[in-house]
Design a protein around this ligand. Structure first.
Ligand code: P6P
Length: 344
């Protein structure tokens, strides 16, 4: 039995440059995750269901648990003093921590504190997605150079899924490992070592209610998934939970593809690049999977602004590549449309 803390220290001892700050930062995230897990599991009893009565920068109605989770992660990271600030889905601007104590902090964190929160009331798994970047401007205040970094610069990408069991899954570029939370003793324990995606899978996850708005390439790919061809395991089965973390986690364990495409109305789709797609793409690639916007590798996309959105095609490599083939054949114009939408 190896705990998360033991695993982090072990990884630190292997790395020649490690000085302990990253280990403490990851541990701070683990502490906040335990508190959010407690509140999520008692949501119906703790009076934290329902709307906060405010909207976030995305124009979405904030749930009480969205705000609570955001505050818990900000508090844990601020008190931990290992990062200079955070970019959060729930905050319009970068949250800069007290400069006197964090000016020399090496890291900055981008976070979606509670993804899929529309599912809270109906007991569907939700989660936290986090990305840890090394700062470019250590020794001075946070700059946009620290904040707007491509995924190829990522130090760590991870998520916590508050499901039938709570798990933390993360990578620092040396494979993907999953830790299951044992609430009886309050520790995360290594349960899924060196996770690798099944390829091909036979699950496709997409909200087909938006079918008429999809690019032709996505429509054709959906029909391809539904064709009767036992030699390629088709027809696939469709699973769509409405919670990116849950759909991704299932596909990571079983193989499959999740698609949230752009449309003519919303060319960049719905998901955010910095604190949803980049960390999930880092995990995907480390698990032998693939993540793109239908044309470009997600990790190569340089963010233009902190709440930038991007289409997302993520999962088993052969399935993502087949979907990309359909996009290139039937919707090549979308590549330019996506790239233009980033400039807005
Ligand atoms: P739709 C949750 O709001 C989220 O960001 C993802 O977790 C989820 O996959 C997607 O949006 C669901 O969006 O438009 O299908 O309801």
């Amino acid at each position: 039995m190896k705990t998360l803390v033991e695993f982090i220290w072990e990884q630190q001892s292997i790395s020649s440059q490690a000085t302990g700050e990253f280990s403490r930062l990851l541990n701070d995230i683990g502490i906040a995750a335990k508190i959010v897990n407690r509140d999520v599991n008692r949501a119906g009893l703790a009076g934290v269901l329902g709307l906060e009565g405010t909207t976030n920068v995305q124009g979405e109605n904030q749930k009480k648990l969205d705000v609570l989770a955001n505050n818990e992660f900000i508090k844990a990271l601020r008190n931990g003093k290992q990062c200079a600030g955070i970019i959060s889905e729930e905050n319009d601007e970068v949250v800069v921590f007290d400069e006197t104590t964090t000016r020399n902090a090496k890291y900055i964190v981008a976070i979606d504190p509670l993804d899929g929160s529309s599912n809270i009331e109906v007991n569907v798994p939700i989660g936290t997605i986090f990305a840890i970047y090394r700062r470019k401007s250590v020794g001075s205040s946070i700059t946009m150079e620290d904040v707007l970094q491509a995924g190829t610069e990522l130090v760590c990408g991870g998520y916590i899924i508050y499901g039938s069991s709570t798990m933390m899954v993360y990578t620092t570029g040396n494979g993907v490992n999953g830790f299951t939370y044992d609430p009886t003793c309050g520790i995360f324990i290594l349960s899924h070592e060196n996770m690798k995606i099944k390829d091909p899978g036979n699950i496709y996850s997409i909200n087909e209610a938006n079918y008429i708005y999809f690019p032709e390439g996505v429509k054709r790919y959906i029909k391809y998934c539904q064709e009767d061809d036992p030699s390629t395991g088709r027809p696939y089965t469709t699973r769509y939970i409405g919670s990116l973390i849950s759909d991704f986690h299932r596909n990571l364990l079983r193989g499959g593809i999740y698609i949230y495409p752009g449309t003519k109305k919303n060319p960049a789709g719905k998901l955010r690049l910095l604190y949803e797609c980049i960390p999930m793409a880092f995990i995907a690639e480390q698990a032998g999977a693939k993540a793109s916007d239908g044309f470009r590798r997600i990790l190569d996309i340089k963010p233009e602004h902190i709440h930038q959105r991007t289409p997302l095609f993520i999962g088993s490599k052969s399935m993502v590549e087949k979907a990309e083939e359909f996009m290139a054949t039937y919707s090549p114009e979308f590549q330019e449309v996506y790239e233009k939408s980033e400039k807005k």
